[in-house]
Design a protein around this ligand. Structure first.
Ligand code: GCW
Length: 674
């Protein structure tokens, strides 16, 4: 229940070594952030080392930890540290000599940087590293590192699999349970500095004064931890909440209403972050209802927030039901022409892939196509399409793959990460959002391993160039301890888990074969429902002759949305990586793969591989019995058994269905379903 902030006692040898470097704690309490920094260090060091350092006003013995900014601490000021490139949120941790005593200083330009530094020091200890001879400098590479909650005001969570919403709107604003503080601590420990409290399918009521007071109370809990609150707003709120006849962004009355609403919000929450908007998407209202553009809508809201320093995060996840048009092409079609038309405090929030958080998608072609627009990344942390709470799927490799993809916008090395961190086109305002997997479950995320997905999101938002494996190892050590007999197998299991899920669900570039609406389990045969572009058959296009979605020039030509070198690679059967084959091409079942196998054989092989990988994960976990406490051991063991059963279900259902279409025998050596 403490997530990765367990602070369990370190092994004696390590604790002994570290204790000499944590004898005293010289830390201020003049601000709320300073106070929580000091409290976290006392709690963390106390837990890890067996006893906490002694709070002190001055360094009087060897091994003090000195914490602060040049403004808050004369000791820090006296060190004349070079902090100029750390920004507001960066920190340094250095082994120094103070008044003749060896000491450790954690310093930043602002209290919040120092808090991040404190968590950084604790992380070092938690992951079994020494804390002597330190010289660390860190600063976030992305400015807005935000969790998006899809939480409804009635306590339900859209696509949430970890229980009800943690926001208790009924008892807010008065009652502020410790869970809110723990939420803030966990987020601050990984550098998350923003939270959008409510679902993008937004209830307009959130903008009523009564709810804004509740929001203000939450903002008050989060503020010391450097976390700003944002809200999802419904574009038609001026009608529903304001009683106006229209929500037309060019109507002066509408503009005045939003300005007034922004003023009201900032009176209650002076550091309010801004708005997140889902407009003209999946039935949500938006500027197009009034024949205005996304830019007209976003800029109108941006103008209301600008005087207060707020931002608009405008989502690019739009697609209408246009029969005959390839759904994944629509966002690009609508937004690319608006490049350069958005106000300075608008970010366009783009999902990592062009479809919808599938186990694997190629990168979204908007990255690299809108140099004059501030594009922020939207990842999904909750596993809507990846087995909900029970399947063990570590998302680090998925995030890393998306961030490392090369858009070729300005030639080789124009990675999505560089679009997101602003360096590719020189943007100052940058961001990364993750759709939260947090709920009221005792373990917060519906499973122990889902906690790792929250963790890796935060760490990659801080630094998109970190490796998924290194982060998995950090999390594993913090969560299960530093027993090498545990760390290696757990990290290997995590690192393979995403590819396993791709294999047993949607290998070789297939997508969206999940059951209609709920998105759990296989339903590749489904062709029903209100919209063709919500059905699996729309995406896999299997027929007697072959399978896959032709998105080359002979088909929907979605490839043309990528920069020419990328488009050429994807369009070429010779060059396309196997992972994306059926995303871009419709090929015969007898198509010869690089492996020498036919496509059909290869497909069956991948499905089978996925099931085998899960079986191996189960074995790995069984081998850790006794190394992990009973409660967590049993939860994971049970969930892996579910996952294995369901991987088998996926394989059998998909193979049987595709076989019913192509009439081919199972490849030799692959047993039919039991
Ligand atoms: O992934 C899909 C989900 C919807 C979600 C939508 C979106 C919040 O199935 O539940 O709505 O995307 O991202 O807006």
């Amino acid at each position: 229940h403490d997530l990765w902030l367990r602070y369990r006692p370190l092994p004696a040898a390590q604790a002994d070594a570290a204790r000499g470097h944590a004898t005293q704690l010289v830390a201020g309490t003049a601000s709320a952030t300073q106070a929580v920094t000091r409290a976290e260090l006392l709690r963390g060091l106390g837990g890890l080392l067996g006893h906490a350092p002694v709070p002190a006003d001055a360094v009087s013995r060897d091994g003090a930890i000195v914490v602060g900014t040049p403004a808050s601490s004369p000791l820090v000021a006296g060190l004349h540290l070079d902090l100029h490139d750390l920004g507001r949120e960066g920190y340094l941790i250095r082994s120094v000599v103070l008044d003749g005593h060896p000491a450790t200083v954690i310093a930043g330009n602002d209290d919040i940087g120092v808090l991040y530094g404190a968590f950084g020091l604790l992380r070092r200890l938690q992951t079994g590293q020494p804390i002597d001879r330190l010289d660390l400098r860190e600063r976030p590479r992305v400015q807005l590192r935000v969790l998006d909650h899809w939480d409804n005001l009635d306590g339900s969570v859209e696509r949430g699999y970890a229980g009800a919403s943690i926001w208790d709107w009924w008892r807010l604003p008065d009652y502020l349970p410790p869970r809110y503080t723990d939420y803030a601590r966990a987020n601050a420990s990984i550098g998350i500095n923003g939270t959008v409290l409510n679902n993008v399918n937004a209830d307009p009521l959130i903008l009523s004064h009564a709810y804004l007071e509740k929001v203000a109370a939450l903002a008050g809990v989060f503020r010391p931890y450097g976390i700003r609150v944002y809200l999802s707003v419904r574009f038609s709120a001026p009608i529903e909440v304001g009683g106006l006849k229209t929500a037309d962004p060019l109507d002066p009355q509408v503009q005045r209403w939003w300005r007034g609403k922004a003023d009201e919000i900032y009176r209650l929450i002076p550091d309010f972050g801004g708005f997140l908007v889902k407009a003209n998407s999946e039935g949500q209202p938006g500027p197009q209802d009034y024949h205005r553009s996304h830019a007209d809508g976003a800029n109108m809201l941006a103008a209301a927030l600008a005087p207060h320093g707020g931002v608009v995060m405008w989502r690019a996840f739009v697609y209408a039901n246009k029969p005959g048009e390839d759904r994944i092409k629509q966002a690009y079609g609508e937004f690319k022409p608006l490049d350069g038309k958005f106000a300075a405090n608008v970010l366009l929030q783009v999902k990592n892939g062009p479809l919808d958080f599938q186990p694997r998608e190629p990168f979204n072609p908007l990255f690299g196509a809108m140099p004059k627009t501030q594009l922020m990344m939207e990842f999904q942390i909750t596993k809507e399409y990846l087995g909900f709470a029970t399947h063990l799927v570590y998302l680090g490799p998925l995030y890393q793959e998306a961030l490392a993809a090369d858009t070729m916008e300005h030639g080789k090395g124009s990675t999505v990460a560089k679009v997101v961190d602003g360096t590719l086109d020189g943007h100052a305002l940058t961001g990364m959002a993750g759709v939260a997997n947090i709920g009221a479950d005792r373990d917060w995320c519906g499973s122990v391993f889902n906690q790792a997905n929250w963790y890796v999101f935060g760490r990659l938002a801080w630094d998109p160039t970190l490796s998924a494996r290194a982060i998995a190892e950090e999390w594993t050590r913090m969560t299960f301890g530093n027993d090498e007999a545990v760390v290696r197998p757990v990290v290997d299991m995590m690192m393979g888990s995403r590819e396993a899920a791709v294999d047993y669900m949607t290998p070789l570039g297939l997508a969206h074969l999940m059951g209609h609406g709920h998105h759990y389990g296989p339903e590749p045969w489904d062709a029903s429902g209100p919209r063709a572009d919500w059905t699996p058959v729309y995406f896999h296009r299997a027929d007697k002759g072959g399978i896959g979605f032709d998105r080359t020039a002979s088909g929907s030509d979605a490839v043309a949305q990528y920069a020419p070198p990328v488009a050429n690679e994807f369009a070429s059967l010779r060059q396309i990586p196997d992972e994306y084959l059926l995303w871009f091409h419709h090929v015969p079942w007898s198509y010869r793969m690089r492996s020498g196998r036919t496509l059909w054989d290869e497909l069956v092989r991948h499905y089978t591989q996925g099931v085998e990988d899960v079986a191996r994960m189960r074995e790995t976990w069984a081998g850790l019995k006794g190394h992990i406490d009973d409660e967590r051991y049993r939860q994971v063991a049970t969930f892996l058994a579910i996952q294995q059963r369901e991987a088998q279900w996926w394989r059998d259902a998909c193979i049987a269905y595709f076989q019913s279409i192509n009439g081919l025998p199972l490849p030799a050596g692959y047993a039919p379903p039991a």
